[in-house]
Design a binder for this molecule. Structure first.
Ligand code: GLN
Length: 551
């Protein structure tokens, strides 16, 4: 081992969590990424998930929230969305690893005979496979820092191989690797005090595996006092300034600033031998300032979906709307509408007070008729409409039924025998047996028609957007739609696939086959969301001012 760390050497930061799940480990890790990147360091982030699924692509949104799609078409954990939005970098399939992937690779190697007749074991075979993946992003390019978050909570049986791999890695790379542990420090209102015992137990559990954290981030309802920090420092063998308070805040975008205030990046730089440089956070701070500006008006946007009681299922959509609202200098008031409620109660009751209607992506039949009612309401009342993937299918079905009088028009996903299958399976997608990773996934180009809302939004004649679908607009109906006023303003370069349809006689009615929500970033909102919110703002009668710094 060298006595001094080489500052050109990639530094590895591991982030684990304890006590309970849902403490915001992903946000804390991403916030550290923001602070290091703001100093000019190149940062990569990755998530290692202990579950056995190969990826979250086939998991129910109830279990896993949104499936985030990367440029290279990988279906990943929603934390990758936070990472991309926070550090403003595109990540790839190597950045989300699950136990399922690790085990299946180890078993494939065993079948190939790579282990030369050895007994294949968790240690060393599985742990070596995991350790290799800690460094995998470096095969493509150099990074100054790689932050790796481990999903789940310390103490879970299934995360043990990951933690053992981290222990070995940290031991071999003492100067270039560090460990951050995030825990809960509850506040008992009855006795009026913070409690450090859960943190002590969690660190004890981590140390029993052989990992000593360098930093403890304490999630608590309010900032914890110096005495509490000292107590945690004493019991957990962590420097006093390495106990960092992360209290509840209004917005996730506040967290980098909270952690900066706690000097987390100073502690990390010192520990890893990274030079501490001046930070550039102007745009981030301005974005956060707008989020909290009490003088700005709010606009109401309805999201009509089927998992509305769990907003994590539409996480990137909501974040994109927030970015767009900030860039339009207004606040966002999301009105969650369960599509099935429209089926029984009608659209008017739920949508009459909103200035914009958004139908996000989705799968399966439940709530489809309610979504069609929402699209009809938007078109008839001329309320700005943004349809995303399934939201475009819905727009097409509604238009076919109610404008083109194609009674019973539908998508082959819901009505295989419809007389008017305006949405049908893409070639080869109708008899897919393997469900995982087999959709049309990832980034594809889209040509944009001049003189369209779409062009107005992007100002470019070709863009790349991310996809996740099996069905598409049925080209046999293109002429019918066009003759009734639909503009297919976005097409694949070979013109075979409808990427965007819009209604030019409406104020703003745009529906796309792709998922723009995966590319929006704070202080750099996605053009479609930005224009949608601009139209929503106009609809709401709020004077329109675009935030010029975002252009
Ligand atoms: N279920 C539709 C399809 O498979 C839409 C998918 C989506 O909205 N992501 O094409």
């Amino acid at each position: 081992m060298t006595a001094q760390s080489n500052s050109k050497q990639t530094k590895f930061i591991f982030v684990t969590g304890g006590v309970v799940s849902s403490l915001g480990k992903g946000i804390a890790a991403a916030s550290l990424g923001v602070l290091l990147k703001s100093q000019g360091y190149s940062v990569c982030m990755q998530k290692f998930d202990p579950y056995l699924n190969l990826d979250p692509g086939t998991m129910s949104p109830y279990q896993h929230g949104e499936v985030f799609v990367t440029e290279d078409g990988c279906e990943t954990d929603l934390d990758l969305g936070h990472y991309e939005r926070f550090i403003d970098e595109n990540l790839t399939r190597v950045n989300n690893v699950t136990s399922g992937m690790v085990f299946s690779e180890v078993l494939a190697k065993e079948r190939r005979g790579d282990y030369l007749g050895n007994t294949v074991q968790i240690i060393p075979h599985v742990t070596n496979e995991i350790k290799g993946r800690f460094r995998a992003p470096l095969e493509k390019q150099h990074y100054d820092v790689i932050i790796t978050e481990v999903g789940g909570t310390v103490g879970d049986i299934e995360s043990l191989p990951f933690l053992e791999a981290i222990r070995q890695f940290e031991f071999k790379n003492k100067l270039d690797a560090m460990h951050i542990h995030l825990t809960l420090v509850p506040y008992l209102t009855t006795s009026g005090e913070f409690k450090t015992k859960p943190t002590q137990h969690s660190v004890k559990e981590l140390r029993s595996i052989g990992i000593q954290p360098d930093v403890i981030i304490c999630r608590s309802p309010m900032a914890i006092s110096t005495e509490i920090k000292e107590k945690i420092s004493l019991f957990c063998d962590v420097d006093r300034d390495s106990v960092v308070s992360a209290m509840d805040v209004e917005s996730i975008y506040d967290v980098p600033l909270v952690l900066e205030n706690e000097k987390l990046d100073d502690v990390v730089c010192r520990r890893l031998g990274l030079e501490k440089k001046a930070k550039e956070l102007t745009r981030w701070k301005e974005f956060v300032r707008i989020l909290h500006d009490p003088t700005l008006a709010s606009v109401k946007v309805a999201i009509v979906g089927k998992y509305v009681e769990l907003s994590d299922c539409y996480l990137s959509v909501v974040e994109s709307l927030k970015h767009a609202a900030a860039d339009n200098l207004c606040h966002l008031d999301v009105v969650w509408v369960n599509a099935q409620d429209l089926e029984t109660q009608g659209a008017e009751k739920y949508l009459s007070g909103v200035s914009g209607i958004l139908i996000p992506g989705g799968f399966g039949e439940r709530g489809i008729e309610g979504k069609i009612l929402a699209a009809e309401f938007a078109r008839e009342k001329d309320i700005p409409y943004l349809g995303l993937c399934l939201g475009m299918h819905i727009a097409a079905i509604e238009f076919a039924r109610n404008v083109l009088n194609m009674s019973g028009a539908n998508s082959a996903e819901f009505a295989p025998d419809s007389a008017y299958p305006v949405i049908h399976f893409m070639d080869g997608q109708d008899n897919i047996k393997e469900k995982g990773g087999t959709m049309r996934l990832g980034s594809y180009p889209c040509d944009i028609e001049p003189n369209s809302r779409l062009y107005e939004a992007y100002g470019e004649s070709q863009v790349e957007e991310r996809h996740r679908h099996r069905l598409e607009f049925n080209n046999s109906y293109r002429e019918d739609f066009e003759s009734a006023g639909v503009v297919f303003s976005g097409l694949s370069p070979d013109k075979s696939l409808v990427e965007v349809m819009e209604l030019s006689d409406r104020k703003w009615y745009v529906a796309c086959q792709y998922h723009p929500e995966f590319k929006s970033r704070p202080a750099k909102s996605h053009p479609l969301f930005r224009q949608f919110i601009a139209a929503v703002k106009e609809q709401a009668g709020v004077q329109q001012v675009l935030f010029s710094a975002s252009k």
